[in-house]
Write a protein of this length. Structure first.
Length: 88
């Protein structure tokens, strides 16, 4: 599965990569090189991050599903118990 990001997000990511190189490396990186580096990371490392996010969501959903019976449980056959008159 190819990880795609929206054009505006890609533009912001490329700008961020260029800024990172400018502030933290001894050389600047151009727009085309930054775009290529982003593409590499999306293809090489992106699936790792994506798969971990999916696993995290699956775990959370499984927790919620296991708690569902506690949240929506209703006792059966309560009609007569609710209508019993107190004995005097």
């Amino acid at each position: 599965m190819t990880i795609e990001i929206a054009p505006e997000a890609r533009k912001q990511a490329v700008t961020s990569i260029m800024r990172y190189f400018e502030e933290n490396m001894e050389e600047c990186i151009g727009n085309i090189a930054a775009s290529g580096l982003l593409g590499f990371f999306l293809e090489e490392v992106g699936p790792l991050v994506y798969n971990q996010a999916v696993a995290d969501v699956q775990e959370r959903l499984q927790q919620r599903v296991s708690e569902l019976d506690l949240e929506v449980h209703e006792d059966e056959f309560q009609y007569w118990r609710k209508r019993q008159r107190p004995i005097k």
